[in-house]
Design a protein around this ligand. Structure first.
Ligand SMILES: C[S@@+](CC[C@H](N)C(=O)[O-])C[C@H]1O[C@@H](n2cnc3c(N)ncnc32)[C@H](O)[C@@H]1O
Length: 234
């Protein structure tokens, strides 16, 4: 949504902190050619990094493409002096695990990138807090971070099965207060993401927010043990 679109929809909402945050504006300009995500969702990620620094744990993004949102989050963590590492996970070969629950995606989309492009952006921005994990997450690469805790997870993988697998892997590794942000929630191109979030919204130990901007934000409010039969199946 453009700034004009926002102002048209909410003419009395004059509070627009993204316009008067010079660090955000500078960072947005640096990542603008490396992201598909609009400035409002970028600003929400920017703010959520600050919230997440109240918690122990690292930050993880699955679905990096050319590194825009991942490097934006890493810059925010760097500016806050956070010790968190920012893990950026992508196949760098496009979307995987598309299936019958997805409206448009068939697999292989967004392969027009590489780990070198993302590392180049991180280097240009002076981000020493970034680490790339190349391969399908969690299947190929989660083993490298399995002993870590995560305060914030950005899931931008476009399809149901991938998003479900990321969520199920990361959720037990989040402290109470941990935040999961789904991109593309409510977008007609990503019906699988909307379906997944809607299925999980009522789960105990979560508060789910539909932010009406293409984000769903889920906060972990309690540790809820799985029933014994699910633990046996895991
Ligand atoms: C829409 S793009 C990400 C956009 C990015 N966040 C930005 O700033 O524009 C989706 C990405 O998810 C990646 N992807 C999808 N499923 C994945 C999985 N299970 N593991 C790793 N990467 C995945 C694709 O390769 C693609 O680059």
């Amino acid at each position: 949504m453009s700034e004009l679109g926002y102002e048209k929809s909410y003419p009395n909402a004059t509070y627009a902190p993204w316009l008067v945050d010079p660090d955000f504006q500078t960072t947005l300009a640096q990542v603008a050619h490396n992201t598909m995500v609009d400035h409002l969702r970028c600003f929400e990620l920017w703010q959520l990094v600050e919230q997440a620094t109240k918690l122990p744990g690292d930050i993880i993004e699955v679905g990096v493409w050319r590194g825009g949102t991942g490097c934006l989050m890493a810059r925010r963590a760097q500016l806050l002096g956070s010790p968190a590492k920012v893990f950026l996970c992508d196949t760098f070969a496009g979307v995987v695990k598309a299936g019958g629950k997805d409206s448009i995606y068939v697999g292989g989309e967004h392969a027009d990138t590489s780990a070198e492009i993302v590392q180049g952006l991180a280097n240009m921005m002076g981000l020493a807090n970034v680490e790339l994990l190349t391969g399908i997450f969690p299947d190929d690469t989660a083993g490298r971070v399995a002993d870590r805790q995560f305060s914030l997870c950005h899931i931008d993988v476009d399809v149901y099965d991938s998003a479900r697998d990321v969520l199920e892997w990361v959720w037990p590794r989040m402290p109470v207060g941990g935040i999961v942000v789904y991109d593309d929630y409510g977008f007609d191109t990503c019906s699988g993401i909307t379906r997944l979030v809607n299925e999980r919204m009522a789960q105990p130990g979560t508060v789910a927010l539909h932010n009406l901007n293409g984000h769903a934000v889920i906060v972990k409010t309690a540790e809820v043990a799985k029933p014994w039969w699910k633990r046996l199946l895991a």
